[in-house]
Design a protein around this ligand. Structure first.
Ligand code: PMP
Length: 429
C-alpha cells in the first residue's frame, strides 16, 4: 500500500494517533489524576434552562425531533443563529446560506480546511495554537506556516498577562506570500487566554485584504472574556466579512462540550463549499441537541446584555475562578500568565523544576516530562504548553503548563492543596 502512495499523500496519513497529545494526556489523567485541570471542559452542569429544554423536547409530543432534520442545520437553530449573529455584526444574515451547523467547532474547522486548502497552499497559524489546526491543514494537502506570539516581560514585578504575548508585525507580514490561502485566528486564544485587541486584528485584516487571504476565525470562547475586555469579531472589520468564516461552539457557549453542536457563519460564497464538505462527510448533527441549543439562544437573545443572561453570568463566575487560581498559583511560586479570556491559563514551572527528577538527553520538551511526572506523582493533571507549538518550535517555550479553571470550587481547592503541600515539601530540607 505504501508503494502506491506518493510522499505527499503518505504525509497526509500522518503518524497515527499514538503521538497525539490528547490521546496521551487524557489517558494519563484517567489513570493517575485525582484532580484534573487538563482537558478543557467544565465539571459543573450546563445551565438549567438548557437541560430543561432538552428534557422538554425528549418527553414532548413532537416525535419528529427524533428523526433527521435539515442536513445543513436544524431550521430553528440556523434561524436564531442568523438573528443573533446578525445583530452582533450589524448585518442581515440569511439562515439558509450564511449559517451552517456542525458537529462541534471541531468539524467546522475540518470542513474549512478540506473545503479551502489544496496542494501547494499555505495556511498561517499563530503559535501557540489549538493543536488540531496543524494536522488538519496537512490532511488537506496544505503547508502550515507558523508565526509566534512573543512574550514581553511585564513591568514592575507584575504578573504577566496574556496581553503581553504579541505578534511582531514585520514577522507576521513576512509570512504572507502568493501561496497563502488562509490564516487561522483564535481569539480568545487557547491556550494563553489572549484576547486580540482591535489594533492587532486590524493588522491581520489589512494583510488578509492585501494578499487576498481567507480568515478562519475560531471564536469558540467568544463569551469568555474578563475585566470588561471586548471580544471583537474580525468579520466586522473593513473588508473582512467576505473573506471570513466565523466558528462557534455550543459546547463552550453553554458549558455542554459533550453535545457537540457547533456552527459556522459567513458569506454564501464561502459557506457553499463548507456545505459540500458537510453533505459528503457527516451530513447531519443530532436533532434534539440542535433544538435545545436553539431554545438556549432564543432565551439569550431575549436577555441580551441583561444581568440574567448566561453570557453575562458565566464569564462573571469564571472570572472569580480565574482570580482564585491565579492567587493560588502565585502563592506557591508557579507564576501564572493572567488570561484575558477563555477558561485556561498557563503557569511558569521554573521554580518547581529542581523538584522533578529529570530524564537527561531526552528529546521530549521539558514541560511535557514535567506534566507527566506531576500527574503520576502528585495526581494533578495539566497540559504542557509545548503541545500547542509545531515540532520545530516545541522546545522554545517549554517551561509552562496549561490549567483549565472551568471547575467547581472544590476541584480548584483540591488542586491548590496539592500545590501547597508540594511547596511545603520543597522547602523542607
Ligand atoms: N477550537 C478551540 C480553540 C477549542 O479549544 C476547541 C475545544 N477544545 C474547539 C475548537 C472544539 O470545539 P467543539 O468541542 O465544539 O468541537
Amino acid at each position: 500500500l505504501q508503494a502506491k502512495m506518493s510522499k505527499r499523500v503518505q504525509a497526509r496519513r500522518l503518524e497515527g494517533t499514538e503521538k497525539n497529545i490528547w490521546v496521551e494526556f487524557v489517558k494519563l489523567a484517567t489513570t493517575y489524576s485525582t484532580v484534573n485541570l487538563g482537558q478543557g471542559f467544565p465539571d459543573f452542569p450546563p445551565p438549567d434552562f438548557l437541560r430543561e429544554a432538552f428534557e422538554r423536547i425528549l418527553s414532548g409530543g413532537n416525535h419528529m425531533l427524533h428523526q433527521y432534520t435539515r442536513g445543513f442545520g436544524h431550521p430553528p437553530l440556523v434561524k436564531i443563529l442568523a438573528q443573533f449573529f446578525g445583530k452582533l455584526l450589524g448585518r442581515e444574515l440569511d439562515p439558509m446560506t450564511n449559517v451552517m451547523v456542525t458537529v462541534g467547532a471541531y468539524q467546522a474547522l475540518f470542513c474549512c480546511f478540506q473545503a479551502f486548502v489544496d496542494e501547494g497552499d499555505e495556511v498561517i497559524i499563530i503559535e501557540p495554537f489549538f493543536d488540531c489546526y496543524e494536522p488538519m491543514v496537512k490532511m488537506a494537502g496544505g503547508t502550515p506556516v507558523f508565526v509566534p506570539l512573543r512574550p514581553k516581560a511585564p513591568k514592575d514585578g507584575k504578573l504577566m498577562s496574556s496581553a503581553d504575548w504579541q505578534l511582531d508585525p514585520a514577522e507576521l507580514a513576512s509570512k504572507f506570500s502568493k501561496q497563502t490561502k488562509a490564516i487561522v485566528l483564535n481569539s480568545p486564544n487557547n491556550p494563553l487566554g489572549k484576547v486580540f485587541s482591535r489594533q492587532e486584528l486590524e493588522l491581520i485584516a489589512d494583510l488578509c485584504v492585501k494578499h487576498d487571504v481567507l480568515c478562519i476565525s475560531d471564536e469558540v470562547y467568544e463569551w469568555l472574556v474578563y475585566d470588561r475586555k471586548e471580544h471583537i469579531r474580525i468579520a466586522s472589520l473593513q473588508g473582512m466579512w467576505d473573506r471570513t468564516v466565523m466558528i462557534g461552539s455550543a459546547g463552550k457557549t453553554f458549558s455542554a462540550t459533550g453535545w457537540k453542536v457547533g456552527w459556522t457563519v459567513g458569506p454564501n460564497r464561502l459557506l457553499q463549499h463548507l456545505r459540500t464538505m458537510h453533505q459528503n462527510s457527516v451530513y447531519h448533527c443530532a436533532t434534539i441537541a440542535q433544538d435545545a441549543v436553539a431554545q438556549g439562544f432564543q432565551r439569550e437573545l431575549e436577555l441580551y446584555g441583561k444581568p440574567d443572561s448566561y453570557f453575562i453570568q458565566l464569564p462573571k463566575e469564571l472570572q472569580q475562578k480565574r482570580d482564585w487560581l491565579v492567587r493560588s498559583l502565585d502563592a506557591v511560586g508557579m507564576k501564572p500568565v493572567v488570561p484575558e479570556g477563555t477558561y485556561f491559563l498557563v503557569a511558569d514551572i521554573s521554580e518547581f523544576k529542581s523538584h522533578v527528577p529529570d530524564v537527561p538527553d531526552s528529546d521530549e520538551p521539558y514541560d511535557s516530562r514535567f506534566a507527566k511526572w506531576m500527574v503520576k506523582n502528585k495526581g494533578l493533571a495539566a497540559i504542557p504548553l509545548s503541545a500547542f507549538y509545531c515540532e520545530a518550535h516545541k522546545n522554545n517555550y517549554s517551561h509552562f503548563i496549561r490549567f483549565c479553571f472551568a471547575k467547581e470550587e472544590a476541584t480548584l481547592k483540591a488542586a491548590s492543596d496539592i500545590l501547597q503541600k508540594w511547596k511545603q515539601e520543597k522547602s523542607t530540607p
